[in-house]
Design a binder for this molecule. Sequence first.
Ligand SMILES: Cc1ncc(COP(=O)(O)O)c(C=O)c1O
Length: 461
Amino acid sequence: MSFVVKMNGSQNNDIHGNFISGNGVHHVSVRTHVNVDPAKLKSLRQRWSVKPSEMSKKTLNPIRAIVDGMKLTPNPEKPMIALSIGDPTVFGNLPTDDTVLQAMKEAIDSHKYNGYAPSVGYQKSREVVADFYSCPEAPLDGKDVILTSGCSQAIELAISVLCNPGDNILVPRPGFSLYKTLAVSMGIQVKHYNLLPEKSWEIDLQHLESLIDDKTACLIVNNPSNPCGSVFSREHLHKILSVASRNCIPILADEIYGDMVFPGCDFQPLAPLSSDVPILSCGGLAKRWLVPGWRMGWILIHDRNDIFGTAIREGLVKLSQRILGPCTVVQGALESILNDTPPQFYQGTISFLKSNSEICYSELSTVPGLNPVMPSGAMYIMVGIEMEHFPDFQNDVEFTERLVTEQSVFCLPATAFEYPNFFRIVVTVPEEMMIEACIRIREFCARHYRPRSQDSHELDQ
Ligand SMILES: Cc1ncc(COP(=O)(O)O)c(C=O)c1O
């Protein structure tokens, strides 16, 4: 049955109004057959009130918060040297390999990669990544890989699928700040476990285990580490796995610097060592292939004991559907990037990073008041400041701020990594810049170093 309702009135009126739902303002157009004076219509809201969401207010990047709060006015007589940016491409001294560029050009010219891919990536590209990382102890196939927009999105998906608001995650201190930024914005509590500089930044396992409670949803292990440049031994990784296994905590392994380790040191991915702990390993092209702007990352799902089961896999697929995965052209280039890049390219990058780290370490370890910790991989070196010898400054933020004012050298204060009294140096800068920066840091420290009274007494004797 249908009704036709006729309203009185001679004209058709289009009434335009604003219908406000949540924070979005939707324009609606209501067609009536009545004579209504639009000015007399009462809307649900009388005035504008568009406010940032709670999530946006809870999203904080500590690096930005600290750096934006610093007075960074370089000395006009000295050209600026930024040792703060974790982007290996900024100075042009570390280009990616020609094979990588060629693969991208061919992907564009093929015209095959202009459309949408499945949200988890093309099946073929997933298989390529699976084959590249598969090993007998931790076999992978295409369905175990989710392609993401950079390693950052891999981390975001992994945290999102494992944690609910009110849960907590365990993250390293010092550690990469993104974990906290993402977690806090999602209402997830962050608990920091300590790394030990005197033990080459190994995890304080007792401290780690003491933090676990019934709300702990995931343990994040970053190896090799940003900001420490440390690389965990097999033995240490086994101990970390024992803690996770004993407490039934899944691991998010951030292995974006995987294989970027100095000669003589061995990178061991976590998953092949695990007998039961399920692991989401996050990685990508950014660092090892020196193309961070291409935004290609991945999650490798390691779940040999079926603990994640289909539910976590389905959760990851659903979350990936919020946006449609990474750039398809890069997905098209992946096969050649992973399989054809010559070993000399990787070796070249690593020997450069090692040599620059050695220059920096040997220069700064003879500077009174500074204690650099020699890295074994990645692109960073952490330097301890004996603050008691630098009474001109209250903390690492002031120290690094004045280093810019006087010497035009910018290093990130490690407060940005929840680790005061240290600063982080990025070792991807050209060698001559590294040498010049170390000379200036030495000059700066010599100017501000004050022996403690007891030390000066000892010196007098
Ligand atoms: C430890 C760590 N994880 C993840 C990322 C993010 O990588 P991507 O640029 O691929 O998002 C970085 C970037 O600096 C990093 O240092």
